[in-house]
Design a protein around this ligand. Structure first.
Ligand SMILES: Nc1ncnc2c1ncn2[C@@H]1O[C@H](COP(=O)(O)OP(=O)(O)OP(=O)(O)O)[C@@H](O)[C@H]1O
Ligand SMILES: [Mg+2]
Length: 247
């Protein structure tokens, strides 16, 4: 069997706030196979964002390992890890993090400008990605002239531009209404089905999690179970199993 795109083993992370120690993650293991959409579901404060940040190499664990495409992030120098992250990992946040003075097209192209890609190659790549997220008619709009769903699709396009192995999404629909949210979940699913992308998405919503192939349930920094899933849009199934697990 092929190597998983993401393998997180026995991850623990504590934060110290004054004299108090908060164990944000406690011995968490998660595996995401290539071409899967996997969700991390849990209540506020359960450690979801902490896990995503560690998986993306944005922070380092106290103990445990994170391997992306078989490469241990901890064994890389800071410089190599930064480069690896830029090339192999795309990250999407709840707040779209677009640059307000740039157009949709320019926002998407930012990573290529950093990498020094040539003009013609860049235009073609960006045009392809804009079509993929159905934004070809919004190229010249600035973020403030787009809906929340469109802005998030710009952020997704930007995250996909370098053809990353792993896409990480932290509550990507937290700021969207239900119709725009469903479009984003379908898009993330389409990326796995049609492009073979691998996606790890954090959410507290059963409906969002229903789009995933597998759901890891987090509670108080621990994985308390998984839900194998296959009925996008059917929140009730996930919600019932989640309630059973989380009590
Ligand atoms: N930088 C930090 N310093 C101290 N404590 C932190 C820090 N970041 C997170 N925590 C704590 O770690 C725990 C897990 O936080 P995390 O942000 O991972 O939760 P979450 O599941 O993403 O929650 P939410 O759904 O509200 O985003 C929480 O108790 C939080 O208060
Ligand atoms: Mg969070």
């Amino acid at each position: 069997m092929a190597e998983p795109v993401l393998k997180v083993d026995n991850l623990s992370k504590s934060y110290r706030l004054g004299s108090q120690e908060i164990r944000a993650l406690d011995d968490v293991s998660v595996t995401v196979e290539g071409g899967q959409l996997v969700a991390i579901m849990g209540a506020s404060g359960s450690g979801k964002s902490t896990l995503l940040h560690l998986a993306g190499g944005l922070d380092t664990p106290d103990t445990g390992t994170v391997c992306v495409e078989g490469q241990n992030l901890a064994s890389m120098s800071d410089r190599k890890r930064t480069l690896f992250r830029r090339r192999r990992i795309g990250i999407i946040f709840q707040t779209f993090n677009l640059l307000p003075t740039l157009s949709a097209w320019e926002n998407v192209a930012v990573p290529l400008l950093v990498d020094g890609t040539s003009g013609a190659a860049m235009r073609e790549l960006v045009a392809d990605i804009m079509r993929l997220v159905h934004l070809e008619n919004r190229a010249h709009h600035r973020p403030q002239a787009m809906s929340g769903g469109e802005q998030q699709r710009v952020a997704i396009a930007r995250a996909l531009l370098n053809d990353p192995a792993l896409v990480l999404a932290d509550e990507p629909t937290g700021n969207l209404d239900s119709i725009n949210a469903a479009e984003i979940w379908q898009l993330l699913r389409r990326l796995t089905r049609e492009m073979g992308k691998t996606v790890l998405m954090v959410t507290h919503e059963a409906l969002a999690a229903s789009y995933a192939d597998r759901v890891y349930v987090l509670k108080d920094g621990r994985v308390i179970g998984t839900i194998e899933q296959g009925e996008p849009g059917h929140a009730a199934l996930v919600a019932a199993r989640y309630a059973e697990l989380a009590g």
